[in-house]
Design a protein around this ligand. Structure first.
Ligand code: CA
Length: 238
């Protein structure tokens, strides 16, 4: 997966994140303060840096500025909730994304994959298939059982985010972060509306889902239809 450099002064958080990221298949190195982070970023050439803002030696924002002067490595900033107002400034000075503490390893992993994709460093297969659904991430072409489906940009990104984690329930919060870059704020309604458009274009509905299953109070799961052996009349009719 990715070489991750973890910059975090809290030893317990560092240990648990290291373990969790390794479980996700990443190669993890870590440092506990800002100056060693700059050295490690240059010497180890990580694919992505997770930078805690509250460091003992140098302010995280200053580390970010210095890092930007020497490296183009994607940086995900980890911030406490009361530092949210800082985020615009941090994004301006070169952060690629951020996570708000406390965050889960799954959230962080999704952010890591997102920044790697944006940087074109993903080694993921450019074509994702789930049952009869086929998504070409290079040409943005989607087909269902060979039939082309025209999607708007956000519909495509929503479908892709779900298909990349096929079989998993993805929360609306995660989708708002991943598809709309709204890690805080944003409304579930945004996801619901796009999901409804997406369903219509895929030829299904919330009442009779094929690929897109709402899991009440949790999120959405994309799976291959169990009925694919049959020939559903609802799909061929009309
Ligand atoms: Ca800290």
């Amino acid at each position: 997966m990715a070489q991750v450099l973890l910059v975090e002064d809290d030893a317990a958080i560092r240990a648990s994140l290291t373990r969790a990221l390794r479980d996700h298949g990443h190669v993890v190195s870590s440092v506990g303060s800002g100056m060693p982070a700059l050295t490690a970023a240059v010497e180890n050439r990580p694919d992505v840096v997770l930078l805690d803002l509250g460091l003992p030696d140098v302010d995280g924002a200053d580390v970010l500025s210095m890092l930007r002067a020497v490296s183009e490595v994607p940086v995900i900033v980890a911030t406490a909730r009361d530092e949210e107002s800082e985020m615009v400034r941090l994004l301006d000075i070169g952060a690629d994304d951020y996570v708000i503490k406390p965050f889960t390893a799954a959230q962080l992993n999704a952010r890591i994959r997102a920044v790697l994709r944006r940087g074109g460093k993903s080694d993921e297969d450019p074509v994702i298939t789930v049952g009869g659904l086929r998504i070409d991430t290079r040409s943005y072409e989607v087909t269902v059982d060979g039939r082309p489906v025209e999607l708007a940009r956000k519909e495509f990104e929503l479908l892709l985010a779900l298909a990349r984690r096929a079989g998993e329930v993805v929360t609306k919060r995660d989708l708002l972060g991943e598809v709309w870059q709204l890690a805080w704020g944003g409304s579930d309604r945004t996801v619901d509306v796009h999901l409804s458009w997406l369903r219509r274009k895929l030829g299904e509905s919330a009442q009779s889902p094929r690929y897109l299953h709402s899991v009440r109070g949790v999120g959405i799961r994309l799976t291959a239809p169990a009925d694919d052996a049959d020939e559903p009349a609802s799909r061929t009719g009309g």
